[in-house]
Design a protein. Structure first.
Length: 178
């Protein structure tokens, strides 16, 4: 396991190892494959944070899978601004498709609420959400988080796709603010 890392002005300590992330993602992959057995699944990946989770989770699925991307962000520094910006809205027709939204972390739920309201999802056959991390103490909405990797306290974390002002996404383990 790695040591404390500095990103900009802040220090982060090891939190969840790459190995433990991979073990849990395999379990999620089996659960999702079982639930959608014999169905094709459309993964809607929320960039940028979910890119690594999506890569590993998609590889753990024993299903016919399509992948699309949407780029959203609401964070500045270590707290949510509440204002969501969208780029790259998915152009494919999601009509009659089973859609699984892939998120890195559900925090306040503002981003999830925005996603659930997207016009392009209205015609989908079903919409569920898979998030690597969930912060129940910060969550202010009621949407069910169908597939959760880890429930974590309301602490800021980086690594494995998650960033602090642009840095830290390439770290293989998950780190928390010291
Ligand atoms: P929400 O809209 O408050 O639920 O925040 C969701 C988004 O904020 C996530 O998809 C992340 O991009 C970002 N975010 C929330 N918590 C963290 C964190 O601990 N580290 C890095 N990014 C985070
Ligand atoms: Mg995100």
């Amino acid at each position: 396991m790695s040591k404390v890392v500095q990103l900009h002005d802040l220090f982060f300590e090891p939190y969840i190892s790459h190995f433990d992330l991979q073990q849990r993602i395999k379990e999620l992959g089996n659960e999702i494959s079982h639930d959608y057995a014999n169905n094709r699944l459309y993964l809607l990946v929320v960039l940028s944070g979910a890119y690594r989770f999506a890569a590993d989770l998609s590889g753990a699925l024993q299903l016919e899978t399509e992948i699309g991307f949407i780029k959203l962000h609401s964070y500045s520094g270590t707290s949510s601004t509440g204002v969501i910006h969208a780029q790259l809205p998915p152009s494919e027709d999601l009509k009659d498709k089973h859609v699984l939204i892939i998120e890195d972390v559900v925090d306040t739920g503002n981003t999830l609420e925005y996603l659930m309201g997207l016009e392009v999802l209205k015609a989908a056959k079903s919409v569920k959400i898979a998030s690597l991390l969930f912060k129940p103490d910060a969550y202010k909405k009621d949407y069910p988080i169908h597939y959760q990797g880890f429930e974590i306290p309301d602490h800021f974390v980086v690594g494995y796709g998650l960033d602090y002002n642009g840095l830290g996404r390439n770290l293989n383990d998950l780190f928390q603010l010291k």
